[in-house]
Design a protein around this ligand. Structure first.
Ligand code: ATP
Ligand code: MG
Length: 555
């Protein structure tokens, strides 16, 4: 990042560590997704942070799949996570799996049993909860807390061998039942789960809990700075306790505020519901806050990185306005997207004094913001399509577009004057008639006419058709996850509007999925993967202006 800014608190910590020679100045971070869903914009924040810190301080970042929960995990998720990180522009030093450490983590557990610091407990979850006491009262423990080391070793071995059913026994740390931190009151280290794991298959029927896997994995990899979100602050003493008791590499945990975005949900569990219950078309639905959804919507990796940089790193939970994300993509596409013309709500315009058999190739600038973007030609004829909203039968005073007697410029072409119109039986305008001024051609205008408005158009005989998908916010309220009742009752019923037959410049038929354009006056659009040779499908990435801010001002 070229922009000068003060160091965030994590950069300060890393710089201090380097100055003090901690770990010889080495920086190794990790990004630890659980492969139980697709990555979302919140993960992008964590990715930019972990990879960004390492890049800045000559370090490296591991990609570690935190795959210790066999039930919800899947290789489809592993593949999508890798693709998304690479798309965001980051490369990991090593691709690792917590499940590869199962043997080592098991041995760590045995080590703790041997030190008298772990025991097998046969209690029910309810009994265990009671044994921990309350925040104001120390726990009393369960009768199993005093089992001998030999008995614990034998039982733990038999847990591994599959002699017990799910839930029959757990392995608990013998930590501190009087600790004010409930996480220290003999937390569970292992549970029995006779479940198939996407990598280790059926080799294991006991799986370590997060608290006895994450720090251990960090340590095995010699991670220097283990960055996670604020809800893990109370886990930190336990993170350190395990590392100290095991006398393994002292990784250190640091916490930052998770990213919350308005008008969406960010928990994978909720996103999975939206997918499974078909409120969206999939994880990559352009309305989803997932990386794959944003990509399909037309967001670029750079715009997402710029967004993460802009919001910075906080120590307190907050809510970021989605309009900031929209601002970031708008800012980039304004510089990079070629301008084209597309008519979304067409009405026919006939230029009565333009020869019916004539076609002119008009020259159009691709991007006024980019002198290297070049020009293209556009066929012009006497019959065009323009936007229905650009013509008014009885225009009010400051309407600088088309109406009977009003003059307007057709972008890259001529100035025309509205003459008359025809309507169908329902009162809808079907054809507008206009005349043009031959000397007013763009680029060589000698007409001396002065017009205030410019509208876009496509030639009816030459236009191609496209399906256009306009998106709005997926939810009607700012924080649907925190509203009363089911978050899905706040889904915006108008979040997708499909225009099956819009007219586009003929050249756009060649556009490939992922290509981005500015449709003049209409917004930024991206070619969707649903496009076929016969039909191009466009997603609106974002409007040209923040229409919601305007709505809010109107009140
Ligand atoms: P979810 O609640 O959506 O399932 P998670 O934290 O369980 O999220 P993980 O796959 O475990 O998802 O997350 C991988 C990493 O990404 C973790 O380090 C986690 O802290 C971070 N992360 C997840 N969500 C956010 C967020 N909204 N903002 C910042 N970081 C996040
Ligand atoms: Mg998690």
């Amino acid at each position: 990042m070229s922009e000068e800014r003060t160091l965030n608190f994590l950069e300060q910590i890393v710089e201090e560590d380097i100055a003090n020679g901690v770990n010889g100045g080495r920086v190794l971070t990790r990004f630890p997704p659980e492969p139980n869903g697709y990555l979302h914009i919140g993960h992008a924040k964590s990715i930019c942070l972990n990879f960004g810190l390492a890049q800045k301080y000559n370090g490296k970042t591991n990609l570690r799949f935190d795959d210790t929960n066999p039930v919800t995990e899947d290789t489809e998720y592993v593949d999508s996570i890798k693709a998304d990180i690479q798309w965001l522009g980051f490369n990991w030093a090593q691709e690792l799996y917590a499940s590869d450490y199962f043997e080592q983590i098991y041995n760590f557990a045995v080590q703790l049993i041997k030190k008298g610091l772990a025991y097998v407990d046969d209690s029910t979850p309810e009994e265990i909860a009671i044994s921990k006491g309350t925040p104001t009262e120390p726990g009393k423990g369960t009768p199993y807390r005093n089992r001998s080391i030999e008995e614990n070793l034998d039982l733990f071995d038999r847990m591994r061998k599959g002699e017990f059913k799910d839930g029959e026994k757990v392995l608990r740390a013998k930590a501190d039942l009087a600790s004010p931190n409930m996480h220290m009151r003999d937390p569970i280290m292992y549970r029995i789960k006779h479940a198939h794991h996407h990598r280790t298959g059926d080799s294991w029927c006991i799986y370590p809990m997060y608290d006895f896997a994450h720090g251990q994995s960090d340590s095995i990899e010699n991670i220097t700075h283990s960055i996670c979100t604020l809800e893990f602050i109370p886990h930190r003493p336990l993170y350190n306790w395990f590392i100290e008791q095991l006398e393994i590499f002292p990784s250190r945990q640091y916490e930052f505020a998770r990213l919350n975005l308005t008008y969406t949900v960010m928990s994978k569990r909720k996103l999975l519901q939206l997918v499974n219950e078909k409120h969206v078309t999939g994880w990559d639905d352009p309305r989803m806050p997932t990386i794959s959804g944003l990509r399909r919507r037309g967001y670029t990796p750079a715009s997402i990185r710029a967004f993460c940089e802009r919001i910075g790193v906080q120590k307190r939970d907050n809510m970021i306005d989605v309009s900031l994300l929209e601002f970031c993509i708008r800012e980039e596409l304004n510089k990079t997207a070629n301008r084209v013309m597309a008519v979304l709500d067409p009405v026919k315009l006939v230029i009565t004094n333009y020869p019916a058999d004539q076609v002119e190739e008009m020259t159009a600038e691709n991007n006024p913001e980019d002198p290297n973007a070049g020009t293209r030609t556009l066929p012009f004829s006497n019959t065009l399509y323009i936007e229905r909203e650009d013509f008014m039968e009885e225009p009010p005073k400051k309407f600088f577009r088309l109406g009977p007697g009003l003059v307007v410029r057709l972008k890259n072409a001529y100035i025309i004057k509205g003459e008359s119109f025809e309507k169908d039986a329902d009162g809808n305008i079907t054809t507008i008639y206009a005349t043009y001024f031959p000397e007013s051609k763009s680029g060589g205008d000698t007409s001396g006419l002065n017009v205030k408005g410019t509208i876009h158009w496509v030639s009816a005989a030459h236009a191609a058709t496209a399906e256009i998908r306009l998106y709005d916010r997926l939810f009607k309220v700012e924080d649907p996850g925190n509203e009363e009742g089911d978050f899905k009752s706040y889904i915006n019923p108008d979040s997708l509007q499909v225009i099956p037959n819009a007219y586009i410049e003929p050249g756009l038929l060649k556009a490939k999925p992922g290509e981005r354009f500015q449709f003049l006056r209409k917004g930024y659009f991206c070619v969707d993967t649903d496009s076929t040779a016969e039909k191009v499908v466009f997603n609106r990435t974002v409007t040209l202006k923040d229409t919601w801010a305007k709505e809010a001002k109107k009140g």
